[in-house]
Design a protein around this ligand. Structure first.
Ligand code: 13P
Length: 243
């Protein structure tokens, strides 16, 4: 069974209600595409974005969640709340969360399990730093992150992995096509459900490099930060998916 390509935008801490017209602009391109299109706006826009995309071929996701369903956790948002607001997916373990909020692999696993328990699909992010790559440790780091962060798969539930080398995020530097190919093949070999699990690449994906990255056998889509904020760039990347 071929894996459907996923083109996912991560708006990070960007976006106001004035930006919701983005969804009207990308809707016809998403509808015409064979790729699955997902946008993860900030939590403040999630319900409005989901309402705007109702009946369209655009899925809406959260960027993070708390591991608990509810409780005394001021400022946090749970997976059932994200589902209630219209999310189908939740990014967990993004390097910005791992770094800014000191999230460990165990924290990420607990969040991924909470996402599955809420009936949503986790997108679990992994990726090495520049120092780790230069020290030849990239595969070891990613192996460790996978073994520590992936939820138990006894539920046989859907899971998406995003390989995002930290040094490629927001820097304009992209991992070389051959490095991406070999890391994705490595990740696939380490997965409990290698044939069905989608592995996205993230890190400075742009309209001009998307086609080359998406043509790789083990790249099942892209997780896009900066270029997902501009409708024309995001639609070019959706069009580049073309399979
Ligand atoms: P950029 O596309 O801005 O490099 O961000 C990638 C990313 O972190 C997506 O989650």
């Amino acid at each position: 069974m071929p894996r459907t390509v996923m083109i996912a935008g991560n708006w990070k801490m960007n976006g106001l209600s004035a930006d919701l017209g983005f969804f009207d602009t990308i809707a016809p391109v998403a509808r015409a595409s064979a790729a699955e299109v997902l946008v993860c706006p900030p939590a403040t826009l999630l319900a409005a974005a989901a309402g705007r995309c109702s009946g369209e071929a655009i899925l809406i996701g959260g960027q993070d969640c708390h591991a608990e369903k509810s409780g005394a956790h001021t400022g946090d948002i749970s997976a059932p709340m994200l589902r209630d607001a219209g999310a189908s997916h939740v990014i967990v373990g993004h390097s910005e969360r791992r770094i800014d909020h000191a999230e460990s692999d165990a924290d990420v696993r607990a969040k991924a399990e909470a996402v599955l328990a809420a009936g949503l699909i986790p997108i679990v992010c992994v990726g090495e730093t520049r120092q780790e790559r230069e020290a030849g440790q990239a595969e070891d780091v990613v192996r460790q992150q996978l073994s520590g962060s992936l939820p138990g798969v006894s539920q046989n539930s859907e899971l998406v992995i995003a390989y995002e080398p930290v040094w490629a995020i927001g820097t304009g530097l992209t991992a070389s096509v051959s490095d991406v190919a070999s890391m994705h093949a490595f990740i696939r070999s380490a997965l409990p459900e290698p044939l069905t699990t989608r592995i996205l690449y993230g890190g400075s994906v742009k309209p001009d490099n998307a086609a080359a990255l998406l043509s790789l056998a083990d790249v099942d889509g892209a997780l896009i930060g900066g270029a997902s904020l501009k409708a024309s760039d995001f639609t070019s990347i959706i069009e580049a998916a073309g399979r």
